[in-house]
Design a protein around this ligand. Structure first.
Ligand code: CDP
Ligand code: MG
Length: 743
């Protein structure tokens, strides 16, 4: 009936224009709106500009639009904005597309690892810093960009740091490319020489493999930061101009606990309910360290909620963390239904990367999950550590954006004084193999001479070079090897995983390795609530394999595949989602993690297909797959010691098998692992009882472990290989062949 149609349509249209009007108003009221002209002027005048502004002042969402309107994309070029976190890139792009009144993926889009929504007509492109580094592999001059904005630079992620060094070179190259015909060359150095040479300064500063005699329009660089101290950035860019944007901040009352809390999750829970029952309206933001904690607090709140009186039940819980499916990420920005209080459970992404409206209360347990690396042992782990003072201040600031607020720090005041002033840049505390591989692929051969804003320790650089060398990614000359090194650099994965996929193609078990790598890339797919450990254990028993955790993971994945295939045939894809969540719940599987892993699987599969790797499956021949695991992860081998602990061969570190591993009780002679939990030195994922190999009469099996080593005659490696070989020979000797694991 036309009348009804018309009625509905105009109703929707009114809603739509009301929303647009509200957005226009919000944009106009942002602190940054009044300085648009001045900012654009500064960008025109300065090739590098540092913009410092308080979180929520409108930097990320507005500046790209200002520049677009000022004609910076006129010749069809693009404004690129990098974010350290994918959630920020995705949610901000969605918001800006809405502000511009365009469909996401057209004029405004985002591109993050495993998810690209841009097209040829995209002009404002949000992306992760890691992704822009990858783009530079294909287009070393980043020629399609007129402006690159490095956002959240204060976070100092390893990718941001490397990106700044690269952009500095690219900018120089583009401005001098007009007519000088020089091209760029970073110069080559042999690792041996590099290691011996004390001189770390290679002044050549030029790219390798750059097209010559090409003309490129100059590139504008903007470095944006929420920390007020712009000096380091300004100095790094040769005294670049810094502008400060006035923020708007209301007073925030800070509360501390009287005594230290033993369980900050429990303390968070109590504080949430205390605020909800005793304080006035306003949303609550809780900072937790990761998906597991967030999901556990979410569940605890939902369990407690029914016990509250009817009038107090109106709490809406919304989580936000990186692995959340992107359609669910936007939920944090939507206002709670009338009468409801929103409780946002966030990782430190909500510190500065995303600004969520409506927050009046902040709960800060004072912890963050951070990478930590010990170059001596070559071991990287994720650990939960206290925040820095500046992080604590950023967190409390979230409560005072729209009016006076309150922040509850779940630790005593004297603890605050003990916190570090600011967080150490990630590049100083992570394994560098990944970035080194990428720099090498970009033609930066002299890693020690690279112009880092803060140089990682020599030991850490050399350790990572060693690792790449052992994986076969580098030649004796310390150049990217062909084809392995080049193939590894193409895959958006940790080098050790990239190598595993390349090897799996040779071992005819690429299908299985794809599943493994995808599952190892997400937080645990097993869901074991503290109060239901026994039930969870019983439920997951059917997947458990005596051959180790990797194979157990494959069993879960295959079972989920079978389930999905069967059900989507019976009931169609749309209805399958619900029953799939139920299947996960019944089996104590985390459906979000499994979904995320399935997405990643699909994406990496696309990459390896493009690379022409051999996509075959070993079916039920798990021995073949275990061989491949051992060959791939030989750097993570550990052998049992007489007293029952393990010794990691590459590092000498004493480790233990994690209680969640299927091999916890079996304790095979030799294992390989993929994750270390630093707190108690336990290995989380363990696999491959190597002493089974002799069963098959295949004497070559232990050699598979050594196959990836490069015999280059260097002391460091020799020490390692000989030690590894000796240990393997003794631990895999035929006398032990009857100690079959699983008996
Ligand atoms: O980058 P900065 O912290 O300076 O601010 P922003 O991210 O550009 O945010 C500016 C405003 O946009 C804030 O008031 C947010 O509340 C709003 N915003 C939003 O409503 N939804 C988003 N997805 C992102 C931002
Ligand atoms: Mg921002």
């Amino acid at each position: 009936m036309p009348a009804v149609h018309r009625g509905n349509f105009s109703n929707r249209q009114t809603q739509f224009s009301a929303r647009r009007q509200k957005i226009m108003q919000q944009r106009k009221s942002l602190p940054i709106a009044s300085v648009e002209k001045r900012l654009v002027e500064e960008v025109r005048k300065n090739d590098v500009l540092i913009i410092v502004g308080e979180t929520g002042s409108g930097k990320t969402t507005q500046i790209p639009q200002f520049l677009f309107d000022a004609g910076f994309c006129r010749d069809g070029r693009v404004i690129g904005i990098t974010q350290p976190r994918r959630v920020a890139a995705v949610t901000v792009a969605k918001r800006v597309a809405e502000e511009c009144g365009v469909e996401l993926g057209q004029k405004v889009g985002y591109s993050v690892r495993f998810d690209d929504t841009t097209c040829g007509s995209t002009r404002i492109k949000y992306m992760t810093d890691g992704l822009l580094l990858r783009e530079a592999l294909l287009d070393p001059y980043l020629s399609k960009y007129s402006v690159i904005i490095v956002d959240e630079a204060h976070e100092r992620t390893v990718h941001t740091d490397v990106l700044m060094g690269l952009l500095k070179k690219v900018q120089l190259a583009r401005s001098s490319s007009v007519g000088d015909g020089q091209g760029l060359n970073f110069g080559k150095k042999n690792l041996k020489k590099v290691m011996m040479s004390e001189k770390e300064n290679d002044q050549s500063g030029r790219f390798h493999k750059m097209p010559r005699h090409e003309k490129y329009a100059p590139l504008k660089l903007i470095i944006m930061s929420a920390s007020l101290d712009a000096r380091a950035f300004s100095e790094y860019f040769g005294g670049a101009k810094a502008v400060h944007i006035q923020g708007r901040q209301f007073p925030v009352d800070i509360f501390y606990t009287r005594i230290a809390e033993t369980d900050y999750l429990d303390a968070s829970l109590i504080t949430i309910f205390q605020i909800h029952l005793e304080e006035g309206p306003g949303d609550i933001l809780v900072f937790l360290t990761g998906q597991e904690e967030i999901e556990s607090v979410e569940r605890l709140i939902n369990e407690k909620l029914p016990q509250l009186p009817q009038e107090n039940k109106k709490l809406l819980i919304v989580p936000i963390f990186a692995a959340l499916p992107s359609e669910q990420q936007m939920r944090v920005f939507a206002p709670a239904p009338s009468g409801f209080r929103k409780v946002i459970l966030a990782t430190n992404i909500a510190e500065t990367s995303v600004t969520i409206p409506g927050i009046k209360y902040v709960i800060d347990p004072g912890f963050v999950k951070a990478r930590s690396y010990d170059p001596g042992k070559g071991m990287e782990s994720l650990i939960i550590v206290p925040t820095s003072k500046s992080q604590a201040l950023q967190r409390s600031g979230r409560a005072g954006r729209e009016g006076p607020g309150k922040c509850f720090r779940l630790y005593p005041e004297k603890e605050f004084e003990k916190l570090e002033d600011s967080t150490m840049p990630e590049i100083m505390r992570c394994n560098l193999s990944n970035v080194i591989l990428q720099l090498k692929a970009l033609g930066v051969d002299d890693i020690l001479g690279f112009d880092f804003i803060e140089k990682p320790s020599r030991a850490a650089i050399i350790k990572s070079l060693e690792e790449l060398f052992l994986l076969g990614a580098l030649t004796d000359e310390c150049l990217l090897s062909d084809p392995v090194g080049h193939q590894m650099a193409r895959l958006p994965l940790d080098p050790i995983y990239s190598k595993a996929l390349i090897l799996a193609s040779e071992f005819n078990c690429l299908e299985e390795m794809l599943i493994t790598v995808a599952l190892l890339s997400v937080e645990s797919i097993f869901y074991s609530p503290r109060d239901k450990l026994e039930e969870a254990r019983t439920a997951t028993k059917c997947f458990s394999s005596p051959e180790g955790d990797h194979i157990t993971l494959i069993n879960v994945y295959r079972a989920s595949n079978d389930f999905l295939e069967k059900r989507s045939m019976e009931m169609g894809i749309a209805k399958t989602e619900k029953v799939f969540r139920k299947w996960c719940k019944d089996n104590y599987i985390n459906s979000r993690s499994l979904r995320h892993a399935r997405d990643i699987h699909k994406q990496i599969k696309g990459h390896v297909e493009q690379m022409g790797l051999n996509l075959s499956s070993c079916g039920d021949d798990m021995l073949q797959f275990r061989r491949c695991l051992a060959a791939s992860f030989f750097l993570n081998a550990a052998v049992k010691q007489p007293e029952g602990t393990y010794r990691a061969l590459a590092s000498g570190q004493v480790v233990q098998i994690h209680p969640s591993s299927v091999l916890f009780r079996k304790k095979p002679e030799c294992v390989i692992f993929n994750e270390l939990v630093q707190t108690n030195n336990k290995i989380k994922f363990v696999v491959v009882p190597l002493n089974r190999w002799p069963d098959t009469g295949n004497d070559n099996a232990p050699n598979a472990m050594l196959a990836s080593e490069n015999n280059n005659g260097w002391g460091v490696y020799d020490g390692f290989s000989i030690a590894l070989r000796n240990k393997l020979e003794t631990s895999c000797s035929p006398e032990k062949m009857n100690v079959a694991v699983g008996d």
